[in-house]
Ligand binder design. Structure first.
Ligand code: NDP
Length: 608
């Protein structure tokens, strides 16, 4: 690979930094994270489940189990699968949705697809026997895999769907968690795992007048196919006479535009910040090739991807896509510099690769978009990782269609919503329908996502504990909350572009600890305040200042608290900064070697 070397900051780089700063300033808003609305109260209809015809009728469940699993997306599914494999069969699963799937149950919008290769994204694929049709699977295929996991591990009989947990409290005398639901269920559980997902709490934009629109409005995670017609793969024929407005050009918006633009009479795309779009190159998977892969291939492939994205040099790149391309460039350049002068700062090297990538992506827009003014408006001016990098071979070209109109708001966003439509740049656009692809409260604390508080030992509320001082061990356990495990928690935990890594690490951890407690007749295991201190110290030691600075300079978004990195750490700054591989090593080592020191346990009484 040919990579330019540079040792000094060129005037071009200076100009680019100034441009990035200028664009960031346009997008900064004084209301920061407060600009979004929760879908509650007057907006409650936005979260109604459009995918179940009739609510399921059932009686209330009263029972005692070993484990209550809250959330039936991949976090809950992995936990349940690992419990089953460990021979722990007494568990109950809860979810508001009508089936397994989590984010893939809710997000059925046209064009929905995962940007991580299916072979490394779909967990336990070898065991479940799913054969992905394409490298990057559609949402429907991923949802089907979730259902297949449910069948393979025989989980349906233990799942309570269309059921919202309303209360979770630790009963000290019983040493049980009491789970209550909106269906009148009361389940007593020795252990609780919570996997409510980062993409479950939708965000609506707090645009003045949002409640006054007389046409149709919905959020992308509750697509109304009754209104649009068709399905996630197309056929949205009912939009043929409709003027549609789309707010949001992030990961979701860029997948929606190509499909909706095939059907809508007119599509107005309201853009606040353009996304950085790389090529997708999706392709079918040959079932014969797939069937011939040696046992254990998935773990090897997942590890290879994780290592490359952690800048650990590998002999080969098994996935070899746009994700790995960026990190391979980085590793090559770093190696070159070490060999030569060694006087470059790593951030500068990162910046060289970043600028190169972003210049390529901006040039691609000129190649794909016919109208030069539209092409210019679609160009992203920020560093590559400031937003989740996106991939599409159809999004940019959609703007060449005569019925598609980009309404660029130069970082300002939509001004108002009226009875008739949307006001942007001082102009009113009359619309029949507004679609909000405005994302989710990704950084919401685990307890907030469910909309109920968690009451731990001595009546300690997690809301209180969390709001004053965030203290955890590994981002998964908390003092005051015995036998309670977060699976898929970011805060003080870890994250990765392939979310299956953190999920499987934390699910494995929770199940291993539960199994230990059951084996040793431990009634309650609780991390100590000293263990929290030690984890906080390790977090501090591993705090990635470079990452923190990187996001401080980024265009506002959920990764940097909408540009406010003063009042709390950025989304990634609040993670363990040593990376996912190191996080996994630490957590496994802790389980084997530090558990006794870091936890207080009480033993269950045994019958004489
Ligand atoms: P995002 O938060 O990424 O995007 C929200 C969009 O809404 C942004 O373009 C934002 O603009 C825009 N917006 C918000 N308020 C306004 C306003 N008032 N006026 C105009 N525009 C506004 O949400 P997504 O649903 O796109 O994605 C969320 C996450 O879901 C992703 O980061 C990704 O992790 C995940 N996802 C993953 C996929 C995958 O393939 N793995 C596919 C889809 C989603 P601005 O950028 O200026 O804030």
């Amino acid at each position: 690979m040919e990579i330019k070397q540079s040792k000094t900051v060129s005037p071009d780089e200076d100009r680019l930094r100034a441009k990035y700063q200028e664009e960031k300033n346009k997008r900064l808003r004084p209301d920061g994270e407060g600009q979004y609305l929760e879908a509650t109260g007057a907006f409650e209809d936005f979260v109604k489940d459009p995918y179940v015809a009739e609510p399921e009728q059932r009686g209330a469940v009263w029972e005692e189990v070993d484990v209550a699993i809250i959330g039936c997306g991949f976090g809950g599914l992995l936990t349940a699968a690992y419990l089953r494999k460990a021979g722990i069969d007494s568990f109950r699963m809860f979810d508001q949705a009508g089936d397994f799937g989590g984010t893939w149950y809710w997000n059925r919008y046209p064009g929905v697809r995962c940007d991580i290769e299916a072979m490394i994204y779909l967990p336990l694929i070898e065991e479940v026997g799913t054969v992905p049709k394409e490298r990057y699977a559609s949402g429907g295929e991923i949802y089907a895999h979730c259902q297949a996991m449910g069948r393979h591990f025989d989980l349906y009989k233990q799942a309570l769907f269309q059921t919202k947990v309303t209360g979770l409290g630790w009963d000290e005398n019983l040493a049980r968690w009491i789970v209550r639901t909106d269906r009148g269920d009361t389940v007593r559980a020795r252990f609780v795992t919570v996997s409510q997902g980062p993409l479950s709490k939708m965000k609506l934009p707090g645009i003045p007048g949002i409640e006054s629109f007389k046409g149709k409005m919905f959020h992308s995670s509750r697509w109304d196919y009754d209104y649009t017609g068709g399905s996630a793969t197309g056929g949205l024929t009912k939009l043929g006479d409709k003027r549609v407005g789309l707010i949001g050009t992030g990961a979701t918006g860029v997948q929606i535009v190509p499909v909706v633009s095939d059907y809508a009479k007119e599509l107005f795309v309201f853009q606040r910040t353009p996304s950085a779009l790389d090529v997708r190159n999706n392709e079918p998977i040959d079932p014969a090739w797939f069937g011939g892969l040696p046992e254990g291939w998935q773990e090897e492939r997942m590890e290879n991807f994780l290592a490359i994205l952690s800048s650990v040099p590998q002999d080969r790149d098994m996935v070899s896509d746009q994700w790995t391309d960026f990190w391979k460039r980085l590793v090559v350049l770093m190696a070159q510099h070490k060999l030569s002068a060694g006087d470059e700062h790593p951030q500068h090297i990162m910046q060289i690769v970043d600028d190169e990538k972003m210049n390529e992506l901006r040039a691609r827009i000129d190649d794909e978009v016919e109208d030069p003014k539209t092409a210019e408006a679609l160009k992203p001016w920020y560093n590559y990782l400031c937003k989740r990098p996106l991939f599409s071979d159809r999004y940019l070209k959609s703007f060449n269609k005569p019925n598609v109109h980009l309404v660029d708001t130069a970082g300002k966003g939509v001004e108002a919503i009226t009875e008739r439509g949307i006001v942007a740049n001082g102009e009113e656009f009359e619309l029949d329908c507004i679609i909000f692809a405005t994302g989710f409260d990704v950084g919401a604390a685990a307890y907030r996502v469910g909309g109920y508080d968690v009451i731990g030992r001595g009546g300690l509320s997690m809301d209180e504990k969390w709001s004053t001082d965030l203290r955890t061990v590994h981002g998964t356990q908390l003092n005051g909350f015995p036998n309670f495990h977060i699976v898929g928690g970011f805060a003080q935990g870890t994250t990765a572009f392939n979310f299956m890594h953190p999920l499987s690490i934390q699910a494995e951890h929770a199940v291993a600890l539960i199994a230990k407690c059951l084996d040793r007749n431990i009634a309650a295991m609780e991390v100590t305040p000293e263990a929290e201190d030690r984890w906080l110290a390790l977090m501090e030691e591993n705090h990635n200042m470079a990452l923190q600075r990187y996001f401080e300079e980024c265009t506002p978004g959920f990764l940097n608290n909408e540009g406010d990195t003063e009042s709390k750490p950025s989304f990634l700054g609040g993670n363990f900064g040593g990376g996912t591989i190191e996080y996994r090593r630490i957590i496994r080592h802790w389980r084997e070697n530090e558990l006794e020191k870091d936890t207080a346990v009480t033993y269950a009484e045994t019958e004489a």
